[in-house]
Ligand binder design. Sequence first.
Ligand code: GLU
Length: 486
Amino acid sequence: MSKVRTRYAPSPTGKMHVGNLRSALYEFLIAKHAGGDFMLRIEDTDQERFVEGATEIIYRTLDKAGLRHDEGPDKDGGFGPYVQSERMKTGIYMEYAKELVEKGEAYYCFCDKERLDSLKTEIVEGKEIMMYDKRCLSLTKEEVEQNLAAGKPFVIRQNIPREGTTTFHDELYGDITVENAQLDDMVLIKSDGYPTYNFANVVDDHTMHITHVVRGNEYLSSSPKYQRLYDAFGWESPVYIHLPLITDENHKKLSKRSGHASFEDLLEQGFVTEAVVNYIALLGWSPEENREIFSLEELIEKFDYRRISKSPAVFDMVKLKWMNGEYFKAMEFGKFYGMAEPYLKEAVHKGYDLEKIAAMVKTRIEILPDIAEHVDFFEAVPDYEVSMYAHKKMKTTPESSLEVLRELLPILEAQEDYSNDALYACLCRYVEEKGCKNGYVMWPVRTAVSGKQMTPGGATELMEVLGKEETVARVRAAIVKLEKGL
Ligand code: GLU
């Protein structure tokens, strides 16, 4: 068996969306699982769709996601050039196109736009396509020579017989057979001399010894034409894996409009790189075991492309957020703090110990922007109703809370050590003297210092961060509020 070689072959036409990254990830995993090579090839033959800066996004995204390529424009592996526009300059595509012309598998076409526009279009698989009527196929060799000598613009088209069928194999879909009458004589070389993607991908995958091709299933309908090219050259086609569509929660195709961002947008929104990669791996693939959290190394070990599903994968934001939260929980604190600090600084301006606050929120947030709502009260106690002091389980009422806070105020004023442990011991002593349950005291204190029903830490943890002066001021203010509110 030859060495497994896969390629990610993006067209530099914009951002890298979730679907693009999934193709790249699966190509990477197939190669690395088998100890093979993963290659990056830039498919820039469609000059009209080229977007400035898109190639840089591709490099950045692969790098951030940890998908290191073994070969590519920046890493020669002996199969270069790795950029199609540069490959074109070597004359490779034209040479192979001419070989097909010689074999009768392709032909020169000189029809101008006007004539092509006048040809009938047909609906194939819901798409309107123009079926070229093969007029130029009947040109004699001399006529072709004359036209070329006269500098007439031309394209080279694939010559597909009108009768018969073509069959190709896909790992997920099995054998697919189509009527040749449905296949148009697609352009291989355009009038600007560039190959079409349709032609270049076949020539490149073969000459670069690619063994497995992973791409979106929008390419399924073109694959019979590619198969005919492989057959015409007498080449063996790679293993094809056409991935199911990724849809949103409403089963609509993912789009920016429906709020589905590119990989970089997701990172900007506060998602963890490894969580996004982990989540994307599961969009259409599932491991044998019932488990969802995988590092990239674990994915390499477990990935078996035969377990990719044919049914559409649903991009579920709720699930991605959950997974992201799991990554925060498991993350080393220093790394988490590095990510959380800008969000904490944005939300808390007073000189509190942000590391302590970060430690409290680490296990409670799903994405970084969640931090703000968890920590806003450190800045200032929000306006709240005194009814918040009533808690059934803790058996507290606004009245009982007022009594507790009044009794505690002098104790808190006298307390010197405002560390969590010392404060906890101090409150417990009071609880014991009063002969009540813990919550009967902790609930009013926590409410008084935070004004919130849910906080990222217990009463004394919050008080440690707030410090003596602020804690006492907040308890005083709570007493006044309760006195007024009752
Ligand atoms: N350049 C194509 C694209 O970006 C790649 C398709 C393929 O992987 O063959 O969609």
